[in-house]
Design a binder for this molecule. Structure first.
Ligand code: NAP
Length: 248
């Protein structure tokens, strides 16, 4: 039986944890071979991809470093024979009041969330253009790009910027490369720290029409749709799996 992503080569950043990990597994289940990029070792997830009968290549890299981004894409070309799908999922979130935020902290959030997305996107799109067979980019933003959040201004700003990159790249590289964003609401991952869920988070859950925060697999399904054969007329869009918390 053929699978929707049979023969496709994907690169997922932030693949060691949370939404990135769930996405890697979902793309693997749908037939893609994969390069798995993270600061943390992706060996375990690469083994899971291999167990699905696909190729999984683990690369330890910092998406905010130009050389690392270049090398990660080169690994896809060398080990998988090309690159068809990039999922920019690596990210960091920090809670800091504006008046207590140092320039270094601000810069680090921008470096990972925005510069990392830019560097990985630039490398991947260059490779896809040389390849000449199109491609898909899925950038992970956040519903906080729209809502803003007190004490998370740098994070919110980078996620709003990711939407700007997405729409601009979608126009610049149409019709060959389709570029979309996914802007999730709160999802149960280490980033959210649900083990330490505060009363504030519980209250937020009750504000979500579907009454709960999301699971990583529920975001991965949307990402896999955008990477797959059913999304051929979709570019420059933002999909918002958020339980109905934001309705645009
Ligand atoms: P997560 O579980 O913390 O996973 C993020 C992964 O990115 C971690 O493995 C992290 O490694 C890695 N990473 C961080 N900086 C990196 C760098 N410079 N280079 C390479 N890898 C790096 O978080 P998540 O919740 O799955 O988040 C995934 C994406 O979804 C992020 O972009 C986040 O902003 C977005 N998002 C999350 C939520 C949510 O509620 N969870 C909601 C909306 C959007 P380390 O652990 O070693 O730092």
């Amino acid at each position: 039986m053929s699978l929707p992503l049979d023969g496709k080569r994907a690169l997922v950043t932030g693949a060691a944890s949370g939404i990135g990990r769930a996405t890697a597994l979902e793309l693997g289940r749908r037939g893609a071979d994969m390069v798995l990029v993270d600061l943390t070792s992706c060996d375990a997830i690469a083994d899971e991809i291999t167990a699905l009968g696909r190729k999984g290549v683990a690369v330890e890299a910092d998406v905010g470093e130009e050389v690392h981004a270049h090398e990660a894409v080169q690994r896809s070309l060398a080990d998988l024979g090309g690159l068809d799908i990039l999922v920019n999922c690596a990210g960091i979130m920090r809670e800091t009041r504006l008046l207590e935020m140092s320039v270094d902290e601000f810069d680090e959030i921008v470096r990972v969330n925005l510069r990392g997305t830019f560097l990985m996107g630039r490398e991947a799109i260059a490779a896809m253009k040389r390849q000449g067979s199109g491609g898909r980019i899925v950038n992970i933003a956040s519903e906080l790009a729209y809502l803003g959040r007190a004490e998370y201004s740098a994070y919110c700003a980078t996620k709003a910027a990711v939407l700007g990159l997405t729409r601009s790249w979608a126009r610049e590289f149409a019709p060959d490369i389709l570029v979309n964003s996914v802007a999730p609401g709160p999802v149960d991952t280490p980033m959210l720290g649900i083990d330490n869920m505060t009363a504030e988070w519980r209250e937020k859950e009750s504000d979500i029409p579907l009454g709960r925060i999301g699971r990583p697999e529920e975001i991965a399904g949307v990402i896999a749709f955008l990477a797959g054969p059913e999304a051929t007329f979709v570019t420059g869009q933002t999909f918002s799996p958020n339980g109905g918390a934001v309705m645009l």
